[in-house]
Design a protein around this ligand. Structure first.
Ligand SMILES: *[C@@H]1O[C@H](CO)[C@@H](O)[C@H](O)[C@H]1NC(C)=O
Ligand SMILES: *[C@@H]1O[C@H](CO)[C@@H](O)[C@H](O)[C@H]1NC(C)=O
Ligand SMILES: *[C@@H]1O[C@H](CO)[C@@H](O)[C@H](O)[C@H]1NC(C)=O
Ligand SMILES: *[C@@H]1O[C@H](CO)[C@@H](O)[C@H](O)[C@H]1NC(C)=O
Length: 301
């Protein structure tokens, strides 16, 4: 891998500070976000994505099957430096997020957080799309997989959580009868229970239900979900601000250390989780569509 000295040093530093628990949204969640996005790809996007994806008998041009890749590799020594890119934390239990204050890793390296990474990979894909001769020396396959993955992460409320509890990772609770941490409840357990109780333990059934809601209940909201202030290609700061707001209003509320979380919490939080999955998918599609239509627009202008 092409690691600069700075990255190498950072990766060694990250190695030495082991993180509590998982810091990633579950596999099902990333698959769902990307699967929903695929349904909204424009024609140029479908072609461009297919060209970029790794050839694999299994994947076959399906973005969703590559969306957990950043979680699979982040434990490998040459990729350790990416592990700070999956989240952003706010200091002093603040319920608001600010890029300049919050987007850094634990060694205060600027831009090393989930929103910084989304800006980074959007910029890389955009510059390659607009300028095909391209001074671009980045691996755009990786850029696409990182962008798609981090768009899921930034929509998980506790991936913009408090620094003091590592986004809920150090808050030990009981989820019904089993001991776990709050971060894991939001990464995996809410969705797992929903799959069992409402979707016949089938991820495709859940995805279909979300797609149906996007055509009905949420259809009026979709245009506003897609849009970014100032016509930016991506607006991750907005997504992170929403996440910390939801974290304060729903994730942390009634979930102090030692709490037993059951039906009441599950039933009131599930709609939030489902909406965030849908928003993540819609916005990922919007961003990738903007990236791959940029060239056509310039040529047509
Ligand atoms: C941007 O992406 C490149 C390629 O993966 C990486 O080397 C660099 O560290 C990233 N920078 C940030 C701030 O994410
Ligand atoms: C780009 O990244 C992918 C995934 O890491 C890798 O399989 C592929 O070989 C890389 N391509 C180049 C040209 O380095
Ligand atoms: C639920 O899943 C089982 C096993 O996968 C299947 O046989 C059954 O038809 C499914 N039920 C519904 C209502 O989809
Ligand atoms: C955003 O783009 C639209 C359509 O391309 C344009 O009409 C509008 O003026 C732009 N707004 C800003 C703030 O640039």
């Amino acid at each position: 891998m092409r690691l600069s000295l700075r990255q190498w040093v950072a990766s060694v530093l990250v190695l030495t500070q082991l993180v509590h628990g998982a810091l990633c949204w579950g596999k099902d969640d990333h698959y769902t976000v990307c699967k929903i996005a695929e349904g909204y790809f424009e024609e140029e996007t479908i072609a461009a994505v297919k060209k970029l994806l790794p050839e694999s008998s299994q994947g076959g041009g399906d973005l969703a099957s590559f969306c957990s890749w950043p979680d699979e590799i982040k434990h490998l020594s040459q990729w350790k430096w990416t592990s700070a890119m999956h989240y952003v934390n706010t200091p002093e239990y603040r319920c608001n997020y600010q890029y300049c204050r919050d987007c850094h890793d634990s060694h205060m390296q600027k831009d090393w957080c989930v929103t910084g990474a989304i800006f980074n990979y959007t910029r890389q894909l955009m510059s390659a799309s607009v300028n095909s001769e391209s001074l671009v020396h980045y691996n755009l396959t990786e850029a696409l997989m990182f962008l798609s993955h981090y768009m899921g992460d930034v929509h998980q409320p506790l991936h913009t959580g408090f620094r003091e509890d590592q986004g809920g990772n150090t808050i030990i609770v009981h989820w019904y009868n089993s001991k776990t941490n709050l971060h894991n409840v939001w990464d995996d357990l809410i969705i797992e229970s929903a799959l069992k109780q409402y979707y016949n333990s089938s991820l495709p059934v859940m995805i279909q239900a979300l797609q149906a809601k996007l055509m009905n209940g949420w259809s009026n909201d979709v245009p506003s979900w897609k849009s970014c202030q100032f016509n930016q290609t991506a607006c991750p700061n907005q997504y992170a601000s929403e996440s910390i707001d939801l974290a304060c209003k729903y994730a942390y509320r009634n979930a102090t250390p030692g709490t037993t979380i059951g039906d009441e919490y599950f039933l009131s939080r599930l709609p939030i989780v489902e909406k965030r999955l849908a928003q993540g998918g819609i916005r990922l599609a919007a961003i990738i569509n903007r990236i791959f239509s940029a060239k056509t627009k310039l040529a047509g202008a």
